[in-house]
Design a protein around this ligand. Structure first.
Ligand SMILES: *Cc1c(COP(=O)(O)O)cnc(C)c1O
Length: 226
């Protein structure tokens, strides 16, 4: 079932991409596997996806240990507490949820200890009421500038969680906002090439996200439940 789901999701991404005039190869599908087993993750990777997302460090550690595959890229998509950073930098290829300078400082410090440059995204609160975590869009400029001086962090782009809406169309404005912010940051931040990741879009709204320029989708239910 999971392999059929993966195929369906890939086809939907391709279709959305054709309509939006983008290249499906430029879009990374992150299978968000919180609450799923290591066996289920292995079915996803057997179906050809290589990017796995978790939202709790502890759960990710034990699956990482159980699966031991060098081919998987692990993504941290949930809120990260400072006291979990030491473990997080050991296993995650990309941390999507950096929402404060304090957290970034800790990631830099712990990454330095293991000689790693940790790839991160800044989590942006595009809807003020709904999501609990994330930087306000206007805070992003200062933090990007600050982080450019950190030797063990590389900021690859932005992430947002759109509020749950009945009609996916209603999520569009949040995605537009995130893309606009990335483009503005790129203009003001010429010294950092490669700042282009837009992690946005989930099961209920990923096609809209693709239309608005997403290049990283975080998809759980459509892959594991169909
Ligand atoms: C669970 C989760 C997802 C995936 O959600 P689905 O609606 O199941 O696709 C994406 N991003 C984050 C941060 C999540 O916690």
């Amino acid at each position: 079932m999971i392999d059929a789901n993966v195929l369906k999701v890939k086809n939907r991404v391709t279709q959305a991409c054709i309509e939006a005039d983008c290249n499906p190869a430029d879009i990374t599908i992150v299978a968000v596997s919180k609450g799923r087993t290591a066996q289920e993750i292995e079915q996803v990777t057997a179906a050809g996806l290589t990017d796995i997302g978790e939202n709790k460090v502890q759960e990710a550690l034990s699956k990482h240990e159980e699966i031991k595959s060098a081919h998987i890229k692990w993504h941290m998509v949930g809120h990260l507490q400072t006291n979990k950073v030491r473990d997080a930098v050991r296993i995650f290829d990309l941390i999507h949820s950096v929402d404060s300078l304090h957290l970034a400082e800790e990631i830099n410090k712990q990454s330095e200890k293991i000689n790693k440059v940790q790839n991160i995204l800044l989590e942006i609160k595009t809807s003020l009421e709904v999501t609990k975590f994330g930087l306000r869009p206007e805070e992003a400029f200062d933090i990007v500038k600050e982080l450019s001086g950190f030797g063990n962090i590389k900021v690859l782009g932005l992430m947002t969680i759109a509020p749950a809406v009945d009609n996916p169309e209603d999520a569009r404005s949040y995605f537009k906002q995130l893309k606009q912010l990335r483009d503005e940051l790129n203009k003001s931040n010429m010294q950092n090439p490669g700042f282009d990741v837009l992690s946005m879009g989930m099961t209920d709204d990923f096609e809209i996200a693709v239309q608005e320029g997403a290049n990283m989708l975080r998809i759980g239910r459509a892959i594991f439940e169909g």
